[in-house]
Design a binder for this molecule. Structure first.
Ligand SMILES: *Cc1c(COP(=O)(O)O)cnc(C)c1O
Length: 395
């Protein structure tokens, strides 16, 4: 087996080479799928390091080690979905514990906290995690962690990870960051003081809208051992074939993210000039409230952003007339997808919170794919034009 120090290589090289030297028997440059649930013990009291699939599987292990290294963490855990990863993390907490959570939150995380964990006596307060006074005002002696999404989806609000995790540390709280939107290619929150990373790997890491997966990365020996215990005990782990599929996607993460970033910024700037659009929420735009923090803590921008049309009556015809861009939920894949957060991804979030963050009935979220940017813009242009004709024709 080749000995090399992966940390010497840049992220692009490490991504492309995931699993490329871990199979010494054949030299396979793609680590194989070990489709085995059980592993022979050499003799009583001995193990190859693999005993039973839920605890450890060689294919999953290569993925988990890669995830930990990419995020500058100590241990990685591959889960059957992003929600499974969140649920596994939340079982660190017990009855009576309180969490502080980003206000503009992924709908599924809100639903898990409010409809399920609340039944087990775990409560949450939702605040703008950039507002230090708001953080302090909801903190109680039972508070155990701050859960941050940055950027948030769909309004792309950025939290200052370094500032919040330093505050959390002084109060003995864990900082958990959902890094789904930027991926370790653009942002590594553990280097900024966070303790736990969660990913919906279904999105950019997988990148091809073809695999459901979640990842957890932890920092520190004690937390990593605790998470290993929970991951195995709960059992919401990723299968060997899906682990392979995810690594297959991750190998091209760097070039995909660069194209997503380029396309999204071009499309966002084009939309700011369009007469049917009243607002564009993209952190690369100079008027975005989080422009400075984003530039400081991340090396690039994600491929999703949202925009507000001038009249809610435009929404239906726009979505109906799109041809290249698909009207579909999810994000982060090579294909461009557009969704309507108020009735889809954010339907589980109460109206009052949606109003507070600005997810209204005129907001559309766009996950810009890696198609040619001119084709994406042309598709949007014809859909906006058709919508304009339909709506103005009604009057
Ligand atoms: C999709 C998503 C999740 C949930 O992940 P699944 O893989 O769909 O279970 C969690 N957080 C964010 C930010 C997401 O976009």
């Amino acid at each position: 087996m080749i000995e090399r120090d992966e940390t010497k290589y840049r992220l692009e090289s490490r991504l492309a080479q995931i699993g490329s030297i871990q199979e010494p028997n054949t030299g396979a440059v793609n680590f194989p799928i070990y489709q085995s649930t059980a592993f022979r013990h050499p003799r009583l009291g001995q193990s190859t390091g693999f005993d039973y699939i839920r605890t450890k599987n060689p294919t999953r292990q290569v993925l988990e080690d890669a995830a930990a290294a990419l995020e500058s963490g100590d241990a990685g855990f591959a889960c059957s979905s992003g929600m499974a990863a969140l649920q596994t993390i939340f079982t660190l907490f017990s009855q009576g514990d309180h969490l502080i959570v980003s206000l503009d939150l992924y709908g599924g995380t809100y639903r898990l906290l409010e409809r399920i964990l609340s039944r087990f006596g775990i409560t949450a307060s939702y605040v703008d995690t950039n507002d230090m006074d708001a953080l302090e005002s909801v903190r109680t002696p039972s508070t155990k962690a701050v859960i941050i999404e940055t950027p948030t989806n769909p309004l792309m609000m950025i939290t200052d990870i370094e500032k919040v995790s330093a505050w959390a540390k002084t109060h003995g709280l864990l900082t958990v960051v959902d890094n789904t939107l930027l991926t370790p290619f653009f942002q590594r929150p553990l280097e900024l003081g966070a303790d736990i990373i969660i990913h919906s790997a279904t999105k950019y890491l997988g990148g091809h809208n073809d695999v459901l997966a979640g990842l957890i990365v932890t920092k520190g020996k004690e937390l990593s051992e605790q998470m290993a215990f929970l991951h195995n005990s709960i059992g919401a782990v990723l299968s060997p074939s899906d682990s392979y599929q995810l690594m297959r996607g991750m190998k091209t993460l760097a070039i995909r993210m660069e194209r997503h970033e380029y396309n999204a910024e071009r499309v966002a700037r084009w939309l700011t000039e369009h007469p049917s659009i009243v607002a564009v929420f993209h952190p690369a735009l100079e008027d975005h409230p989080s422009y400075d923090i984003q530039r400081r803590q991340s090396s690039g921008n994600t491929g999703i952003f949202s925009f507000r049309v001038k009249d809610a009556r435009y929404v239906d015809p726009i979505l109906r007339h799109l041809k290249l861009i698909a009207f579909a939920e999810s994000l982060g894949g090579v294909e461009s997808l557009m969704t309507y957060p108020a009735v889809q991804t954010h339907a589980d979030i109460p109206q009052e919170i949606r109003d507070q963050v600005g997810v209204d009935d005129r907001l559309l979220r766009f996950s810009v794919g890696i198609e040619h940017v001119d084709d994406i813009i042309a598709d949007l242009e014809q859909a906006l034009e058709a919508a304009h004709r339909e709506v103005e024709g009604e009057q």
